[in-house]
Design a protein around this ligand. Structure first.
Ligand code: GAP
Length: 477
């Protein structure tokens, strides 16, 4: 079975996971909307992350901060001066490209070993390489580029009513990461929640980057959601904790349906890490379009808090009551993309299974093998026959009983086999059928039981209606 992005994107749209944004107006390049099933999946991912790293953690607390921040934040953090990508234009067709991606794509296509990432290269090195190898414009095929210049990825906006859109006092930025608001609130959290080192502040929220070449479905978007933790610690613990966080994060991916064996761990070498980072792991997943980053786990030392202490003029030190020391805590940051996690979960779950029926007839069923916890619909409920009033009544009653506990879906149209297939395509782990046995018509001992069909094995078993809720809760939580 070939797992292609074409198949995954088509299924995602057809079944209500992800639609192109503002499509009726011709769309807006690389904006995406989550549909009725996509939003359930997204909520399940965020809920699992929050439960594991906030609710069940004795060390971490959560926040939900504003997207707009005082512009000085971005001066102090270094984003205004340095959060940029190397941009070059094709002089023939006027397409714009990220020079580093142009080189990486060319190297992939030509099986050329770059000997590492292009991240550490200077603009001059990139330009020389593109010229030496005669790399051509992917749009028009010509080799005629401008020089490389740095393009800031932050989205600019105007705050409040002003007569001049370029008024520097009215200029604001949409946050390009959730992390900086955590650093800015670190002191308030410290004072109001009485946390002690080590502790983490967790946040899930939107971030915006004016990416030069957004692509690969939701993988690189201009608007996306991040799930970030800034874990504050004593300086001597940073290197140990970055390894501990690697393990916690791999466990998380395992639990949501991206097995750790499918995640590549890149220990980012010296020269390719941010200058302030003493250690960084990139967790990469084998997407159908290549091995790409899912998450970064970086030991950022005391860089961010020091920058904000300097920028704001406010003391951001931590006072250790036991040792009587005052110091700026160090930070380990596991920073994951919510949309990339969802994409990895869908890619991982996608399967096409060849089936042969009793008469030897071949068929293929498309199935999303989500772990039950991630499935947008936990159980589908069918009356075997929609004309049978008693079956319908019992099926509707089951639906009502389960609804407060999990997302369920009632379906009475078409043959039961077709209904199973529709649920397989959206990854519903269990289908519950109210049939003649439920009514005690064929075998009195089966009265009050339903058929449960398992998505993956397609096996069926009978469960008493009165046990159904507990049976399901034990399997979908
Ligand atoms: N605070 C650190 C930080 O933001 P990053 O590596 O730039 O680090 C962290 O971003 C994660 O956010 C990435 O690993 C990725 O999962 C997600 N991410 C970044 N840019 C993205 C984009 N344009 N579209 C979707 N997800 C993105």
């Amino acid at each position: 079975m070939e797992k292609t992005m074409e198949k995954i994107v088509a299924l995602a749209k057809a079944r209500g996971f992800v639609y192109p944004g503002s499509e009726i107006y011709g769309g807006l390049a690389n904006t995406w909307d989550y549909g009725n099933l996509g939003v359930e999946l997204k909520n399940n991912v965020k809920k699992a992350w929050w439960q594991k790293f906030v609710q069940e953690s004795p060390y971490n607390v959560g926040v939900d901060c504003a997207i707009l921040m005082n512009p000085q934040t971005w001066v102090a953090s270094g984003h205004l001066g340095g959060f940029s990508d190397p941009l070059m234009d094709c002089k023939e067709c006027h397409e714009r490209f990220r020079a580093d991606k142009l080189i990486e794509d060319w190297a992939d296509e030509n099986s050329y070993d770059l000997g590492g990432s292009v991240d550490g290269w200077t603009q001059e090195q990139m330009k020389n390489f593109i010229d030496e190898k005669n790399i051509c414009c992917p749009s028009c095929g010509k080799h005629n580029f401008t020089d490389i210049r740095q393009f800031n990825l932050m989205f600019k906006t105007t705050i409040g009513a002003t007569s001049d859109e370029n008024d520097p006092n009215a200029t604001g930025w949409l946050r390009p990461e959730t992390a900086q608001s955590i650093f800015c609130q670190y002191k308030n959290i410290l004072d109001s929640s009485r946390v002690k080192l080590p502790f983490g502040i967790a946040q899930i929220g939107k971030s915006f980057r004016n990416e030069i070449n957004p692509r690969n479905f939701t993988f690189r978007s201009r608007e996306f959601e991040q799930m970030e933790i800034e874990y504050f610690c004593r300086p001597e613990d940073g290197l140990r904790l970055v390894d501990e966080w690697l393990e916690h994060r791999l466990c998380f991916y395992d639990e949501v349906g991206v097995p750790r064996e499918h995640i590549h761990i890149l220990d980012v070498p010296d020269g390719e890490r941010a200058f302030y980072s003493k250690k960084t792991y990139d967790l990469e997943y084998e997407f159908p379009f290549g091995i790409q980053e899912l998450e970064g786990i970086a030991y950022r030392t005391d860089y961010d808090l020091s920058c904000h202490q300097k920028g704001s003029g406010r003391p951001l030190e931590y006072f250790d009551e036991e040792t009587r020391e005052k110091f700026i805590p160090h930070v380990v940051e596991p920073s994951a993309g919510c949309d990339r996690t969802i994409l990895a979960i869908i890619c991982e779950a996608y399967d096409e299974e060849e089936l042969v029926d009793d008469k030897g007839k071949k068929d293929v069923r498309t199935v999303l093998r989500f772990v039950p916890r991630m499935a947008p619909i936990k159980a589908a409920i069918f009356p075997l026959l929609k004309k049978n009033g008693e079956q319908v009544r019992i099926a509707r009653e089951i639906e009502k009983t389960l609804q407060p506990w999990m997302s369920v879906f009632y379906d009475e149209t078409g043959a039961v086999g077709r209904r199973y297939r529709r649920q397989d395509e959206v990854g519903t782990p269990f289908c519950i059928t109210v049939d003649f046995e439920t009514l005690g018509e064929n075998d009195a001992s089966l009265k009050g039981t339903v058929t449960i069909r398992h998505r993956d094995s397609m096996k069926q078993e009978r469960v008493a209606i009165e046990d159904l809720l507990h049976w399901l809760i034990a399997r979908v939580r």
